[in-house]
Design a protein around this ligand. Structure first.
Ligand code: LLP
Length: 421
């Protein structure tokens, strides 16, 4: 459930009319709902009730500091994957001991930054990375808490570009090699091995792959303990999917997922961490765009919007579906007609939807892309020299711009022309 509903025929974000925000900031823009963010965070927190746990929001999904602070104030930790994300989380007020550092290619500088600034744990992804982490920790005369990310070779049954738990993927250490790697880690004085990490992919709509992966983690926990390692923390990754298409069957709920975690891992007495991103932020955001033209083509019509693939890349990149709804609710009985919904960028890939049934719309009308709060603004670019679009946060009847639209001068003046030109 989210907090974007029609009231008297007009779309609202909580208690603020979308048209009011559009008038204030111009289109296109992203808008996020505080109540929806918090509702989704709490759904996970409650799903793990009864187990020692921390929900570490995967901030790659939406890393605006206002979003981070909203979640951190509710008790969330953060999952970061770069020095930039670490700095951003700290700038938003998240303490180091609530930040976990994931990612396949942490550099020396990033490791140093987190060790000096404070970190809950590193999720180590390879032997060479482990050696560097050990070396940097020893240089700094500290001990780095680590889990090792294992690759359980499980098919997450999701889009190939976002599956991470198969042996052919670049992520983690093959689970068959885990015992050797834990023995290596135990001999490194700069490291303190505390647990196991696993993340098998994103937008999972079925719990079965989780079940397989977590059973393997449970077995590995017992094996490693028998080898003499102290395993007290299990980081279970993120990945639970959201219903992008409201007409489809809904994916499992955080409560179903929590029950699975308890069933497969509860007997081990470990502290549980999870790293959800999409399920917290996805349905907490809309991208709002204005119709520029309605164009008749050969056998099909096009709705040309002022938003484009540079603002929301998911349809072009993953063939992803986003529901697109008019900001003014269509009158009852209006028959939707199929239309192609496109942006103004100069490539055919800049298509949001083909032959999507829509009510009649005209230039100047507003539409909202649903489920755009995760992997929307963070993946945007200035392709075609289109400035990044603003982000707005709503809380009850208030709204605030949480990232302004840069001016054309700000965008253009970032280039510098060499002296020889
Ligand atoms: N933990 C790790 C180690 C991850 O790599 C990811 C996502 C997450 C947690 C969070 O997964 P989530 O709960 O959000 O599914 N840009 C793509 C999604 C990429 C996901 C990358 N890793 C998209 O727009 O669908």
């Amino acid at each position: 459930m989210d907090h974007f509903l029609y009231r008297d025929g007009a779309l609202f974000a909580e208690d603020v009319a979308i048209s009011e925000i559009a008038a204030a900031v111009g289109t296109p823009f992203y808008v996020y709902s505080t109540a929806t963010l918090l509702r989704h965070f709490r759904a996970f927190d409650e799903a793990l009730e009864g187990m020692d746990h921390l929900v570490c929001y995967a901030m790659k999904a939406n890393s605006n500091q206002a979003v981070l602070r909203t979640l951190a104030q509710a008790g969330a930790g953060m999952d970061v994957v770069s020095g930039g994300e670490y700095r951003r989380a700290r700038a938003a007020g998240v303490p180091g001991d609530r930040i976990v550092f994931s990612g396949v290619g942490k550099t020396r500088d990033e490791i140093r930054l987190a060790l000096e600034g404070g970190i809950r744990q590193f999720n180590v992804e390879s032997e060479p990375e482990m050696a560097i982490l050990d070396a940097v920790a020893q240089e700094l005369r500290v001990v780095a808490p680590i889990t090792v990310r294992v690759n359980p070779d499980v098919d997450a049954k999701t889009h190939a570009k976002i599956a991470t738990g198969k042996s052919e993927n670049k992520f983690g250490i093959p689970i068959a090699r885990a015992r050797d790697v834990y023995n290596m880690a135990a001999d490194m004085p700069g490291l303190d091995v505390i647990g196991i990490d696993v993340h098998i992919g994103s937008q999972l709509t079925d719990l079965a792959p989780y079940e397989q992966a977590y059973q393997k983690v449970a077995e590995l926990t017992e094996v490693l303990r028998a080898d003499g390692h102290t395993i007290t923390r299990l980081d279970l990754g993120g990945g639970l999917g959201i219903p992008y298409e409201r007409s489809n069957v809904d994916p499992p709920l955080p409560s179903d997922y929590g029950a699975l975690v308890k069933r497969t891992l509860g007997h081990l007495g470990c502290e549980i961490e999870i790293e959800p991103g999409r399920l917290i932020a996805g349905n907490a955001g809309l991208m709002v765009s204005e119709v520029i033209y309605v164009k008749s083509g050969e056998g099909r019509d096009f709705l040309i919007l002022d938003g484009a693939m540079n603002d929301l890349i998911r349809p072009a990149m993953y063939e992803a579906h986003h529901d697109i709804i008019p900001v003014i609710e269509p009158a009852p009985g209006i028959e939707p007609q199929p239309i192609d919904i496109v942006g103004p960028v100069c490539e055919s890939g800049d298509t949001f939807a083909k032959q999507r049934p829509m009510p009649p719309l005209a230039a100047g009308d507003l539409v909202a892309f649903r489920s755009a709060g995760a992997y929307g603004a963070v993946m945007s670019s200035e392709y075609n020299s289109r400035p990044l679009i603003p982000e707005v946060l709503v809380k009850d009847d208030q709204f605030a711009v949480i990232r302004p639209r840069p001016t054309f001068d700000e965008m253009i003046n970032r280039d510098t022309i060499p002296a020889w030109l």
